[in-house]
Design a protein around this ligand. Structure first.
Ligand SMILES: Nc1ncnc2c1ncn2[C@@H]1O[C@H](COP(=O)(O)OP(=O)(O)OP(=O)(O)O)[C@@H](O)[C@H]1O
Length: 328
């Protein structure tokens, strides 16, 4: 297979957080990401969906090398970046961008918008003052904060939450990264601006042919957003497929439950019985044996309690990690 088109490759990635009750106690580990593998091609986007605590943020931050991986490998353009040093990390920071959930906490309150956008350019010694000014103006125009001169002298507290998130997006994209990770980018914004911000992100991703991972717990927002949907449960990817395929033909019982939990705009369907599995996501210090979803699964079989299923490709580009489909 020709791998030249692959931007990011993640192989059996594990991120375990060590916790101790006291200094003498045996360490325990929160297995936040526990054996995740996938590839992302150049210019493609993934929506990473799962309940709170399933490990989405940890996976995203580890791909950006903001967290240390415990085991496994991460390749970026075929280069192994799993354990790169400080010098190479600064190269990797230029190739990647991060849009986090909380625009209010992401922007330095004592910097003007101009200075906030100039900061990454100064750190990376990019351009002359005039070239930096041109880049900043262009970045603000792209996120539709115009006329630009109305915004550059303002401080974050002087603009709205939606405008702040546009500044965060402009800062994430100003170095023209090849990969952007957007972690719940609209969940703290007013409902009225959420769609606009998501559309802006998608348009910029397509325009600049960037790859993107969009992290969300809300399947309802992903239909028009990404090429792929990955479903995460308790530190594992339990299903991966192209967006239409996953929404029209979900395989894993957890995906089916998430889909049936989406509010249905059709009043005829409003009173249909929904198949949301009872129970809570598992404790990641001591996850269930076998398939981690088995205590909540309506189709549980004996093998599900005993043995972890392998991820298998059920049809082209459609993978799931479930004994119902594992003929072995
Ligand atoms: N620094 C840390 N130390 C210990 N445990 C952590 C740390 N960061 C995250 N965790 C735990 O790892 C698990 C996965 O957390 P993570 O934030 O990645 O999930 P998530 O799917 O992004 O959830 P949310 O949607 O709530 O952000 C959770 O059990 C969380 O408590």
């Amino acid at each position: 297979m020709n791998n030249n088109n692959v931007l990011l490759k993640v192989e059996n990635l594990k991120v375990w957080f060590e916790i101790r009750k006291n200094i003498l106690a045996k360490p325990l580990y929160v297995k936040a990401v526990d054996g995740v593998s996938f590839e992302l091609k150049k210019g493609e986007s993934i929506s990473l969906v799962g309940e709170s605590g399933s490990g989405k943020t940890t996976l995203g931050r580890t791909i950006l090398r903001l967290y240390e991986p415990t085991d496994g490998k991460i390749f970026f353009e075929e280069k192994d970046i799993t354990n790169i040093d400080y010098k190479e990390l600064s190269w990797y920071r230029k190739e990647t961008g991060f849009v986090q959930q909380d625009p209010f906490g992401a922007l330095a309150p004592h910097f003007t918008i101009y200075r906030i956008l100039e900061e990454p350019l100064l750190i990376n010694k990019i351009g002359t003052p005039q070239e930096r000014k041109d880049m900043i103006f262009k970045a603000l125009e792209e996120v539709k904060l115009t006329p630009v001169t109305d915004f550059i002298g303002k401080y974050p507290h002087m603009i709205s939450g939606g405008q702040m998130q546009r500044v965060v997006i402009a800062r994430a994209l100003i170095m023209r990264p090849k990969l952007v990770i957007a972690d719940e980018p609209v969940s703290m914004l007013d409902a009225s601006v959420r769609i606009e911000i998501l559309e802006l992100l998608r348009d910029l991703q397509e325009k600049h042919h960037m790859s993107m991972i969009y992290i969300t717990h809300d399947l309802a927002t992903v239909r028009a957003f990404s090429n792929w949907i990955f479903i995460m449960y308790a530190g594992n990817l339990v299903e991966r497929a192209k967006t239409d395929e996953l929404l029209n033909n979900p395989l894993h019982p957890y995906t089916k439950a998430l889909l049936s939990a989406i509010p249905d705009p059709d009043p005829q369907n409003r009173f249909k019985l929904r198949e949301v599995p009872p129970g809570e996501p598992p404790n990641l210090i001591n996850p269930p044996t076998g398939c981690r979803f088995h205590p909540r699964c309506p189709h549980v079989m004996n093998i599900c309690k005993e043995k972890e299923p392998e991820e298998i490709e059920v049809s082209k580009d459609h993978w799931t990690k479930c004994w119902l489909y594992n003929k072995g």
